[in-house]
Write a protein that binds this ligand. Structure first.
Ligand code: GLC
Length: 802
């Protein structure tokens, strides 16, 4: 018997000569002699999509990552053809396609410089076992080129010289360089010659990126199946590249409720009710601000989702209300595994409705998780998502839980070597049936999406709050995220810092780490240093596995408690500043954390920095990452910066030593900034804000600052009920002018700003408000460099003694 196990062709195959093309509106199809079609679609002047088919037939064009709200449209679109090549031109880009081999080169349309060039470009290998192809792309990597992005990789910010895999994985106690982790975000930003571009490889199969690791002049990416389908984005500024990517894969659908930007306390697990109350009361007693308390798996009855252990929590509705009355929003965990138990209604319902995932030959996908053997809803089926979202009615609408925490949604399976479903499990994939090879990376995303839909419905008219562990590109539309099961070590503090920055530059700003470390126990010093960093992460939560002792702010002695309190208070003071940064992210896709390279890509000193970052657009932070430190060396980017602790001004563009004992950390404010601050509150909404402080940092020159405000929850802001203020500062030798521009229809309760001047170099002679001179001796000059002024002033003009 002859068994043919051989493919007709083995090894790499390549497109041959392009013989013709056709154009449909914004799309060009190029046809090669050997049957390859290259489809080039112009989405915007700076965003171009490339798809390749090796048979001339494209798969159904369906993506979980791309949002229907993405901007589209271009100003210029032209094509020219000559003997050797096609040239597509937009306002920002020129895309050259070689006729001989379909290789692509991208150029800046303005100055015609090369941005990136295919090496061998698209190629593929047939996949005998699964059908279809392994799809591959290679591009040239040039000297001095750098790479950033890719989600949660716990490695140096600059990815050059490394290879990575995208396959969401439960990674308990991962370490530096562990790959892959919990997220698959196949998007990176490249930087060469001061110009930045991005590539989003929208392929959900297990995929790989090689940044000049295998060969020093080549960067490549490939996937084990699916289509070669990628988006090229141009800046040339890196924050614009990321904003373009975020626009394409979606900005958060809602502003977060302001409380979710407060401090969160979590542990595996707080139970019974008396323990939860002990913790929350202690926060209030010690006056440490906190907005959210978490219930980990032990609140459930035998880890069955949507149930309560009535022995530990006899009356959850009452408890949740009492917590809320004290300012605590309750967040409860919900995992994907549904316990196999004929007496459990959710299990029965899932079974009756045929909502659980099945193996290729028919049996259910059975796997062990916390509750024991489970079946798993197929969240890639829209009907299942609808069902799942409905299950939150009781928890949210009736009991009053304010947020849901989705965990184990890689999906994690215990005691099996690959830690997840086998490849043959079937998924609906929104009507594009497929195996787990294709659905794995988006499974957790679709679970979080269904959860989000439930919260959106049942929390209404309040905003939903969800947090997820697993994510694919686009998950940022629905939910915040944390970086999974880290460890209480100094190395992990470094990891938490790079992960939060990397998530931000991967379009996913609303992220943070388990502060203090999940596994093992931190010493007080490490905990304090981690809090100091964590208050500058958009998502700020202490979490720990609980089997090693306490990890609350008071668990490490009074000295540490005081430091922790001071920093959490700073977080609460900075809430209006953070909320404004979130508004810029929500509206324009601007990352909340800006790594040094994103802050100033033209300064090559920034290309390999990892530790410093800019929080929002004005506050430079650098965590202390070693024990017993009295300070550290750090890079200060160009410009003048005020040391927040003593108002000393330093000139950037250099590395320098910054003293910082355990009470402080290096924090600098950009000169010219106007930083809005709230009074310290124990939780969002505790106080009626009667006055907002504006910390004004003098500068010779101009600088713009912003303040967004609204009702802090609900949807009125979507109907224009928000207020957006721009402060334009102009400083001269003997003058300081602040002009305010207001838009939006929201009028906050507070009537005044307390302006707090820093570094004004002259003695004040006159003050004019809206062109009217006021006797500043009569007005409320607070005797300490501060001045109280009506919030709707148009221009504040301060003149010095001549
Ligand atoms: C996973 C989560 C962790 C959680 C634990 C128990 O390890 O990552 O945050 O506490 O499960 O639910």
């Amino acid at each position: 018997m002859i068994t043919n196990t051989e493919l007709e062709i083995t090894g790499n195959q390549f497109p041959s000569k392009i013989v013709s093309y056709e154009k449909h509106i914004d799309t060009f199809n190029f046809f090669t002699e050997n049957g390859v079609t290259l489809k080039v679609t112009i989405l915007r002047d700076s965003v171009i999509r490339f798809r390749y088919s090796t048979t001339g037939i494209f798969e159904n064009d369906f993506s979980y990552a791309i949002t229907k709200y993405a901007n589209s449209g271009y100003d210029i679109l032209e094509i020219e053809e000559n003997d050797d090549q096609y040239e597509i031109t937009t306002e920002k880009l020129i895309c050259r396609i070689k006729k001989e081999n379909a290789r692509i080169s991208m150029f800046d349309a303005k100055d015609k410089t090369l941005i990136i060039d295919d090496e061998i470009g698209f190629h593929w290998e047939e996949s005998y076992e699964h059908g279809g192809n392994v799809v591959k792309m290679s591009k040239k990597s040039r000297k001095g080129e750098s790479y950033y992005g890719l989600g949660d990789k716990p490695t140096h910010l600059n990815l050059k010289g490394k290879r990575f895999q995208n396959w969401v994985t439960d990674s308990y106690a991962y370490g530096k360089d562990t790959d892959p982790l919990y997220k698959a975000i196949p998007f990176f930003t490249g930087l060469h010659g001061g110009k930045s571009y991005g590539i989003f490889f929208d392929n959900t199969f297990r995929s790989y990126f090689d940044f000049a690791h295998e060969r020093k002049d080549v960067m490549s990416f490939w996937a084990q199946g699916g289509e070669m389908n990628y988006y090229f984005m141009y800046g040339p500024e890196m924050d614009k590249v990321v904003a373009n990517y975020t626009d394409l894969t979606g900005k958060p659908h809602q502003m977060p409720p302001l409380w979710s930007l407060g401090f969160h306390q979590c542990k595996w697990s707080y139970y019974p009710e008396s323990n939860v109350k002990e913790v929350t009361s202690k926060f209030r007693e010690l006056q440490i601000p906190c907005d959210a308390i978490y219930l980990d798996i032990d609140y459930m009855e035998g880890f069955r989702c949507f149930t309560w252990n009535k022995e530990y929590f006899p009356d959850p509705k009452r408890m949740v209300k009492e917590l809320l009355d004290d300012g605590f929003k309750t967040v409860a965990i919900i995992d994907p595994g549904i316990k196999i138990d004929a007496d459990y209604n959710i299990f029965r319902e899932g079974l009756e409705k045929d909502y659980f995932c099945k193996r290729a030959d028919g049996p259910y996908m059975k796997g062990k998780v916390w509750p024991g053997q489970c079946y798993f809803p197929d969240f890639t089926n829209p009907e299942v998502r609808e069902w799942w979202s409905g299950l939150f009615k009781e928890l949210i609408e009736d009991i009053g839980v304010k947020g849901v925490w989705n965990d184990m949604n890689e999906p994690a399976v215990m005691e099996v070597p690959n830690k997840t479903f086998p490849n043959d499990v079937r998924h609906d994939y929104d009507g594009n049936p497929c195996s787990h090879r294709k659905a794995h990376n988006i499974y957790g995303m679709q679970m979080a999406r269904a959860t989000y839909q439930g919260l959106k419905k049942f929390a209404f008219p309040k905003r939903p709050f969800v947090i997820t562990r697993a994510a694919y590109s686009g998950t940022q539309r629905y939910t915040s995220s944390w970086t999974g099961d880290n460890v209480a070590s100094w190395e992990h503090l470094w990891i938490a810092n790079v992960q939060a920055q990397r998530m931000s530059m991967s379009g996913y700003s609303f992220a943070g780490s388990d502060i203090g470390g999940f596994a093992e126990q931190p010493e007080g010093e490490l905990f304090a240093r981690w809090i100091q960093l964590g208050i500058f992460h958009p998502f700020c939560r202490v979490h720990s596995s609980g089997d090693h002792g306490a990890q609350e702010p008071w668990a490490f002695g009074d000295e540490i408690t005081d430091i922790v309190r001071k920093f959490i208070e700073l977080r609460y003071q900075l809430l209006p500043y953070l909320y404004t940064a979130f508004w810029h992210y929500f509206n324009d896709g601007v990352p909340i954390l800006k790594s040094m390279v994103m802050y100033d890509q033209e300064d090559i000193q920034t290309h390999y920095r990892t530790d410093e970052f800019v929080f929002g657009d004005k506050i430079l932070v650098c965590p202390i990452l070693e024990p017993n430190s009295k300070g550290r060396r750090m890079y200060i980017p160009k410009g003048d910066w005020f040391n927040m602790w003593n108002d000393e001004v330093v000139e950037g563009g250099k590395e320098m030593w910054v003293s910082s004992d355990i009470e402080t950390m290096p924090i600098f404010i950009k000169s010219g900034s106007v930083i809005p601050k709230y009074p310290v509150q124990q939780y969002v909404g505790e106080k009626n804000i009667e006055e907002v402080t504006l910390d004004v940092y003098f500068k010779i020159g101009t600088e713009k600052s912003f303040l967004f405000d609204d009702a802090h929850d609900g949807y009125d802001y979507t109907k224009g009920k928000y207020s957006y203020r721009t402060f334009k500062l102009l400083g001269k030798e003997k003058q300081l002018i602040i002009q305010q521009h207001k838009s939006g229809r929201y009028d906050a309760d507070y009537k005044t700003f307390k302006i707090n001047f820093h570094g004004v170099p002259f003695e004040i002679d006159k003050i004019q408000i809206d062109n009217e001179e006021i006797d500043f001796k009569k007005m409320q000059v607070n005797g300490d460099n501060t001045l109280t002024i009506h919030k709707d002033f148009n221009e504040l003009h301060i003149k010095g003694v001549m």
